[in-house]
Write a new protein. Structure first.
Length: 94
């Protein structure tokens, strides 16, 4: 368990997105509009699951939608909200 920026305890691991490169294959998995609207960023595509960064628990319903879209489980990791927004804008708006 880790602690979120507002002091809540999260059951998810945290991830630092600063300087992290997101592969084009990952970017193509999720429509940019979906990523921006739901603040969800794909990080690792494994055979049996997709690992994504989220900034808050508000993104949890979107993860269920993503599981249906991709046909595989989605595992969240918590990221700093500002870093997440910046990285989503960087990879989906370029």
């Amino acid at each position: 368990m880790s602690q979120t920026e507002n002091g809540l305890v999260s059951p998810f691991e945290t991830v630092n997105l600063e300087g992290r490169r997101i592969d084009d294959d990952l970017i193509n998995l999720i429509p940019g509009e979906f990523a921006r609207k739901n603040q969800v960023l794909p990080l690792v595509n494994q055979e049996r699951k997709l690992i994504v960064a989220i900034g808050s628990f508000d993104a949890m319903p979107a993860l269920q939608d993503l599981e249906v879209m991709l046909g595989k489980p989605v595992e969240p990791m918590m990221a700093d909200v500002a870093q997440l927004k910046e990285k989503i804008d960087e990879v989906f708006l370029e």
